[in-house]
Write a protein that binds this ligand. Structure first.
Ligand SMILES: *Cc1c(COP(=O)(O)O)cnc(C)c1O
Length: 434
């Protein structure tokens, strides 16, 4: 039984109103439907695997607030922790026991982290990690990969250009060329260009930063050779290898992609799941590197609300839930079922797709080319994706509103939710043929 969620008149008028007050009507551009057109539903409440909009429509949610909701919306253990924290005070600006408790959980769960610092977002985590890597090495150069996103940090907002081995230029007005002059952009999964970059500039490279499974050009999986070469070159040249696990941390395994692949970075950035829906980010790594951070070392980094007690309570509840329930085997089963269903629904309707998946992170690319980097990702048919996306949205399924994002399955999605989603996907694919 498919639902009809196409009537969204209240969302339409709210979007018009909000657009007069807030740029684009949104506080983060990914939500604005720029890639697919139309009006985003305004959400009223979430419950488990579902979101309910202001027009009373129910959607099966595969965004999960863009990652944090590993256990769906309003998990009782997380709610209880937040409610208790609220009763004892929202912020003290002084050390609390909860900060060490969350730090200890992170250190125990993420294999390469020996010390960690809490911040308030993924952007703050990557920005700080880059500064620390530069302070630690006394060098300025950074390598990032085309199609990887590390938040809106000036030095990392570099055009996803295909010109490997050329110095990056800013991709956003307002970022001075000087801020990205030391950033080298390389193609993902390309061992040759990585090797060449290190041969030429290895001694000037402070850090290499990457998403160890990419989510931000859609889901792209690293080859084992690429990860092994990254590790070897960084070790050889004294360059800090940073895994940006803001999305993959606690998502693809309890210890993130580094645990899944058995490749350990020198530093790790975290966000999203670590805050269970509250604003939390973190960066950590080898003690030798983290001891460069103020007040022990000279690299300055601070935050009035960092380690906020309500946010820490949410994070502690989330990580304890992960430890107690080990959701990953179930996530693997339901996510594989979803990917298989998408695959056969597409095949039934003669629509070529490439589905990339790691655990509960996946993307259906509308291309038959295989996707291993930005240029293959952008060979997808985005116009067709928009139609498919709206076909699903109008049938009660809420996917990320761009071809170049990953969708997330939560531990509370049931096989019934998955079946319903596959039925909607079938119907939406069928409309693409005409
Ligand atoms: C979401 C994301 C960020 C930015 O996190 P914010 O909390 O939005 O600042 C950084 N890196 C990766 C890999 C992300 O997915």
């Amino acid at each position: 039984m498919l639902t009809d969620t196409s009537k969204r008149t209240r969302s339409e008028s709210l979007f018009k109103h909000a657009s007069k007050l807030i740029p684009g009507g949104v506080n983060s551009p990914a939500r604005a439907f720029g890639g697919v057109g139309g009006t985003p539903p305004f959400m009223k409440r979430g419950d488990g695997a579902y979101l309910f909009d202001v027009d009373g429509n129910r959607f099966i949610d595969y965004i999960g607030s863009w990652g944090p909701h590993l256990f769906g919306h309003r998990h009782p253990k997380i709610l209880q922790a937040i409610e208790y924290a609220l009763t004892i005070g929202t912020s003290f600006g002084a050390p609390t026991e909860a900060e060490a408790e969350l730090a200890q959980l992170v250190i125990e769960m993420v294999p390469s982290i020996e010390m960690v610092r809490m911040v308030n977002s993924g952007t703050e985590a990557t920005m700080s990690a880059i500064r620390v890597a530069r302070g630690f090495t006394g060098r300025n150069g950074i390598v990032k990969f085309a199609g990887c996103y590390h938040g809106h940090v000036d030095s990392l907002l570099v055009a996803a250009g295909s010109a490997a081995l050329t110095l990056g230029c800013p991709s956003s007005p307002g970022v001075p060329a000087g801020a990205t002059a030391d950033t080298l952009v390389l193609p993902y999964n390309d061992c040759e260009s990585l090797l060449a970059a290190f041969q030429k500039n290895g001694d000037q490279l402070a850090a290499v930063i990457l998403e160890p499974v990419v989510g931000n050009m859609g889901c792209v999986i690293p080859t084992p050779e690429f990860l092994a070469l990254l590790r070897a070159l960084c070790t050889q040249h004294g360059t800090v290898l940073i895994f940006d696990e803001v999305m993959t941390g606690f998502r693809v395994a309890s210890g993130g992609a580094q645990q899944l692949f058995g490749v350990l970075p020198d530093m790790t950035t975290l966000g999203k799941i670590i805050g269970a829906g509250m604003p939390v980010g973190a960066y950590g790594g080898r003690a030798e590197i983290m001891n460069c951070v103020s007040p022990v070392g000279k690299v300055y980094q601070a935050g009035t609300l960092s380690g906020n007690p309500v946010a820490m309570a949410a994070g502690i509840a989330m990580l304890n839930l992960i430890r107690d329930e080990n959701p990953y085997p179930k996530l693997e089963t339901t996510s594989a079922m979803l990917a298989d269903g998408f695959q056969s629904a597409a095949a039934d309707n003669g629509v070529p797709v490439t589905i990339n998946r790691v655990g509960s992170m996946l993307t259906v690319f509308l291309t038959s080319n295989g996707v291993r980097d930005l240029s293959s990702a952008t060979s997808s048919d985005t116009a067709l994706f928009s139609k498919w996306f709206h076909g699903l949205l109008n049938r009660g399924v809420y996917l990320p509103c761009s071809q170049f994002e990953a969708m997330f399955v939560s531990a509370v999605h049931t096989s019934e939710d998955i079946e319903q989603t596959i039925l909607a996907a079938q119907a939406a694919f069928a409309t693409l043929k005409s």
